[in-house]
Design a protein around this ligand. Structure first.
Ligand SMILES: Nc1ncnc2c1ncn2[C@@H]1O[C@H](COP(=O)(O)OP(=O)(O)OP(=O)(O)O)[C@@H](O)[C@H]1O
Length: 388
């Protein structure tokens, strides 16, 4: 979808920002460009929508040389999101979102409907926010409007230049995970510039690690983390790349322990006997549809009067995740709930699958680090936020 062929950019002052770049971004793929300041990421991105023109080589978007046609027409087919959002301060959120449809001459009713739809898609209620002005929004909300605006005319290609760079880390994480969900739904071809390797790893189907004007490695995140192509990449990725793998490694069925399970309507005395027989101090409690309810302590069951049910002693479990969530989410949930284990459930049915303990999490991380890059499928990692 986007193809660079031997592209070089020399600025008038003599700086060669990028040298002989050749790479391709497939349709529907999200590629992150990452590297230290001044390595040529922004120059690379801006050559795609011709805000900067290449000195040598060709850039093709959907098979067409970007230098061949009219740049204004080109830019309407390419969504662009930047850190400062570039929203028009004197236009409402709805009007800002409808900027490109407006330029394209869509009738008013159609562009307003499209803008409302897009605001909904990025998590902003158009009835609440549609008539506000940008300075009546938080930084994170402004970024969402920026994304909605870039998507308004449904361009096949999206360029994003540090779009979440200006917000605080908590909002940033939320925007990242929302954007991943959005991208799963809209499947744009995305070039995403960041200087943050964590962000590059989290978002990218593939990562282009830039050195000084050249790409040092172009590979999926697991490969960049697991098998850096050079000392430069290893250094950039950092010594804590094991930790970073947490966010690209999915919880698998094999990682789970199967603890003792009882049901809400089991007689408490029977449940107590089963726990005693197995020397268990607690058991997972499910409802009659095998959906996770929580857990129950052996002590509490042992003290139960005759005739009662497990239900009277069960406690709710807040720390749970679906199979396929990342190890990083599991770790975060353990910390958030101060839990010694977290429950893992089937995402669609809610059926209990097992529990993840710190020891199993550690094993899963080792498996991920030791496995070759192909072993972990990026598509298996989901980034829903921790429920609770
Ligand atoms: N208009 C310009 N004229 C001259 N040199 C420029 C121009 N724009 C960028 N450069 C130089 O080209 C090189 C690459 O810049 P570029 O903005 O592409 O890097 P970057 O990786 O995006 O950096 P940052 O993360 O700091 O934005 C730098 O050395 C920069 O100083």
């Amino acid at each position: 979808m986007i193809r660079f062929e031997h592209v070089t950019k020399r600025y008038p002052g003599g700086t060669t920002a990028v040298r002989d770049l050749t790479f391709e971004v497939a349709a529907g793929e999200l590629v992150t460009l990452v590297g230290p300041s001044g390595c040529g990421k922004t120059t690379t991105m801006k050559m795609v929508n011709r805000l900067i023109e290449p000195s040598e080589g060709r850039i093709l978007v959907d098979g067409e040389d970007v230098m061949a046609g009219d740049p204004v027409e080109l830019r309407r087919r390419i969504g662009y999101v930047i850190q400062s959002t570039g929203l028009f301060p004197h236009r409402t959120v709805l009007e800002n979102t409808a900027t490109v449809p407006h330029l394209l001459g869509w009738p008013r009713a159609r562009r307003r409907e499209r803008a409302r739809e897009l605001l909904d898609l990025v998590g902003l209620d158009p009835c609440v926010y549609g008539d506000r002005y940008p300075d009546q929004l938080s930084g994170g909300q402004r970024q969402r409007v920026g994304v909605a605006r870039a998507l308004a005319a449904d361009p096949p290609v999206l360029l994003m230049d540090e779009p979440f760079g200006a917000v605080d880390p908590v909002v940033r994480e939320r925007l990242q995970s929302e954007f991943l969900k959005l991208q799963a739904a809209v499947r744009k071809t995305v070039l995403f510039v960041t200087h943050d390797i964590e962000e590059a790893v989290l978002l990218g189907d593939r990562i282009a690690v830039f050195g000084d004007g050249v790409i040092e490695q172009f590979a999926p995140p697991t490969e960049v983390l697991g098998a850096p192509a050079s000392a430069y990449v290893a250094d950039f990725v950092g010594a804590d790349r094991g930790l970073k793998r947490l966010s690209v490694t999915a919880i698998e069925e094999d990682d789970l322990e199967r603890p003792l399970v009882v049901h809400l309507d089991d007689p408490a005395a029977d449940a107590a006997a089963r726990l005693r027989a197995q020397g268990a101090r607690w058991a997972v409690v499910l409802d009659d549809a095998d959906v996770l309810h929580g857990w129950v302590a052996a002590d509490s069951l042992a003290a139960a009067p005759d005739g009662g049910e497990v239900r009277a002693h069960a406690r709710r479990m807040e720390a749970w995740l679906p199979v396929g969530a990342s190890l990083k989410q599991a770790f975060a949930a353990m910390l958030q709930y101060d839990a010694g284990w977290i429950a893992v459930v089937d995402e669609t049915s809610g059926h209990f699958r097992g529990i993840l303990t710190p020891a199993r999490l550690h094993e899963a991380l080792r498996r991920s680090i030791e496995s070759d890059a192909q072993a972990v499928r990026r598509a298996d990692v989901r980034l829903d936020s921790v429920p609770g």
